[in-house]
Structures are given as structure tokens and as C-alpha cells.
Design a protein around this ligand. Sequence first.
Ligand SMILES: CC(C)(COP(=O)(O)OP(=O)(O)OC[C@H]1O[C@@H](n2cnc3c(N)ncnc32)[C@H](O)[C@@H]1OP(=O)(O)O)[C@@H](O)C(=O)NCCC(=O)NCCS
Length: 203
Amino acid sequence: MVSIRPCQIGDLMSMQNANLTCLPENYQMKYYLYHFLTWPQTSFVAEDDKGNVVGYVLAKIDENEPKRGHITSLAVLRSQRKLGIATKLMKQAEVALLEVYDADCVSLHVRKSNRAAFSLYHEVLKFKIDEIEKEYYGDKEDAYSMVLYLKPEVEEEKEREKQLEKINKAAKESIEAAKRANEEPKPVSNVIHGKKKNVKKIE
Ligand SMILES: CC(C)(COP(=O)(O)OP(=O)(O)OC[C@H]1O[C@@H](n2cnc3c(N)ncnc32)[C@H](O)[C@@H]1OP(=O)(O)O)[C@@H](O)C(=O)NCCC(=O)NCCS
């Protein structure tokens, strides 16, 4: 039986071990410490009945956007996968980000090739692709930058902003195209009635 509980300082070594086993994106212990001390209520571990950490989610608040949560890292040990553990860890982190920090949304990055994680985020947790970040990872693989809105009214507002942006972009493009069409040099004929016209050269 595996249970989910808030991360404690004594879990950091086990989380680092799980991270090293499961992912190529690794962090020094001082980063785990900084993460835990800065956002102590938003990270969770999955623990088996012997007290071993078999999974974790490290969640924080974006340092530049106080209403934006971010998933720093998520992993479940291979022996415990496909049991719904990652889903539970992520849902706990979402609730904590909303309750503790009143976060509007949660964002994350996932490798384009990571089908298991992408499916978890997209199909199960309903994250949406925000953009593709080219060569985001150290080995130059692209990342999907994904977002989940935690408040329906903020999602609606963001949708409206996006639509407006699209309309403005299209309008700007058509103005630019019209300008270009008017500015295109027109062929000027300097031949009148079969004779060459004297065209005064303007210096
Ligand atoms: C991605 C990962 C965290 C999923 O953990 P998990 O506990 O097995 O996930 P869950 O059991 O909650 O699965 C939920 C959904 O994820 C998707 N999923 C999980 N494993 C999958 C797999 N091997 N293939 C395809 N989809 C998979 C499915 O959509 C699944 O829903 P379903 O059971 O209804 O099909 C785990 O595979 C892992 O630790 N991978 C290595 C680390 C990693 O990639 N972390 C994410 C970095 S962004």
C-alpha cells in the first residue's frame, strides 16, 4: 500500500535518489534544500508501507510570477508505475498551490519524446500545450511547455486575451501587407509616342 504525504526535510535524500534513477535532469542537494525551505508546503512524496519513498513531486511558485505554480520535477520508481501514484502526487501539488499560494495556474515542461508523462499531463490531468520550447533540454531536445488553469475565470480571461492577440496580429499583418502593396515600385515608362521622354534625374 502506497500513501501520499507532504514532503519533509528528511525525505530529500530519497527524493534525490529517485530523481537520479528516473530522470536525466538532476539537482544538487543544496537545490533540494533551497526548494524545500522556500516552498515547504507544495511538495509531496509517495511512501510504501515500509516507509520507503517510491515517488515524489517537487512543486513551487514561479519566482517571477507569484500566482504561477510550477512543477520542478516528478518521478515514480519503475516498480510502482501505472498504479495512479503520479496522478495522486500531481493532484496534491495542485491543491496545495491553490490553497497555500492562491495560484492561478500550474506550468511544467516535458520532453517531446516522453509519451508516458505527456499522456499523464494531457489526457489525465488536462494540461494544455502553451508553446514548444526549442532545444530546451541540455541534449537539445524540444520541450512542451504546458499549463493547467486552477481557476475557471482566469482560464476564460486568458482565452479572451489569446483571441484578442490573434485578431490584433491578423489585423497588423493585413495592414503591413497593404502598405507593402502600395510601396511596391511601379514600372515607369519613359517612352511617349515612340519617342524617348526626357526624364529629369533628381539627385
Ligand atoms: C511519468 C511517470 C511519473 C508516471 O507515473 P505513474 O505513477 O506510472 O503514472 P500514473 O499511474 O498516475 O498514470 C497516469 C497516466 O499516465 C499515463 N502513463 C503512465 N505510464 C504510461 C506509459 N508507460 N505509457 C503511456 N502512458 C502512460 C497514462 O495516461 C496513465 O493513465 P491510465 O493509467 O489511465 O492509462 C513515470 O512514468 C515516471 O516516473 N517516469 C520517469 C520520470 C518522468 O518522466 N517524469 C516526468 C518528467 S516531466
